[in-house]
Design a protein around this ligand. Structure first.
Ligand SMILES: *[C@@H]1O[C@H](CO)[C@@H](O)[C@H](O)[C@H]1NC(C)=O
Ligand SMILES: *[C@@H]1O[C@H](CO)[C@@H](O)[C@H](O)[C@H]1NC(C)=O
Length: 213
């Protein structure tokens, strides 16, 4: 709960501090990376258990040398439109500073323009990923830390090659309920013992008094 409050505070802060001057927009980025991920379309993965292998390589049709400014790539797990409906906190914005489509970092790695071999990374879906429909997107950054290109596992409309993740929050909730019940039980039993003790003490005192006289 405390971390939720912190998240909210951070969100508010970032809203106030976020100036939109010269922000980079997704629509302005060339889609030069071919990105693939291991889940099959429609596959259901379990958060905290199942793995995703993400692979990226420069599209072979791209002009040679166009990746010379590429320094880093960052792969992220992103919400498909069906999991964004009525959820402003997952909303897609063309302005990448405001975009909330891709909230889960998979990996950040240096990009070596000299190496034309496909690169890949295996990631265990983190436990905090909620149930939903997802795809993977990789952003390319230059040495100034600005997005200069991207690639993703789905089409531009984000309708193909989507996969599902099933969260384990169900288990979290029942664990939380169990712990709340347990603490309530301990408080009650603590008071219970306290009163029993007091009564015992009273009885003992009364008995001592009775035998004394
Ligand atoms: C590579 O780029 C070409 C031209 O933009 C595009 O038609 C093709 O679909 C891309 N390949 C992949 C696998 O993304
Ligand atoms: C190129 O990338 C592959 C795959 O990650 C790696 O095995 C290989 O060592 C790299 N080669 C160079 C020259 O960095």
């Amino acid at each position: 709960m405390a971390s939720n409050g912190f998240l909210l505070a951070a969100l508010f802060l970032s809203c106030f501090l976020g100036f939109s001057l010269g922000n980079i927009h997704l629509s302005s980025l060339p889609r030069t990376l071919e990105v693939t991920a291991s889940p099959k379309p429609g596959q259901v993965l379990k958060a905290g258990v199942d793995k995703i292998r993400v692979t990226w390589v420069l599209n072979g049709t791209v002009k040679a040398g166009s990746d010379s400014s590429y320094k880093n790539i960052k792969a992220k797990l992103c919400y498909a439109p069906v999991s964004q409906v009525d959820r402003a906190w997952r909303k897609t914005e063309d302005d990448l500073k405001k975009d909330k489509t891709c909230q889960f970092d998979i990996v950040e790695k240096p990009y070596n323009p000299a190496n034309k071999t496909a690169q890949s990374f295996e990631w265990t879906v983190e436990r905090d990923v909620p149930t939903g429909t997802f795809f993977v997107r990789a952003y390319v950054f230059n040495s100034a830390g600005q997005e200069v290109a991207y690639g993703q596992t789905t089409d531009d409309k984000k309708g193909t090659n989507l996969f599902q993740i099933e969260s384990i929050t169900g288990r979290h909730v029942s664990l939380d309920i169990a712990s709340v019940c347990f603490s309530a039980f301990s408080v009650v039993s603590l008071f219970g013992f306290f009163f029993i003790d007091k009564r015992k003490a009273k009885k003992a005192a009364a008995a001592a008094e009775a035998s004394g006289h």
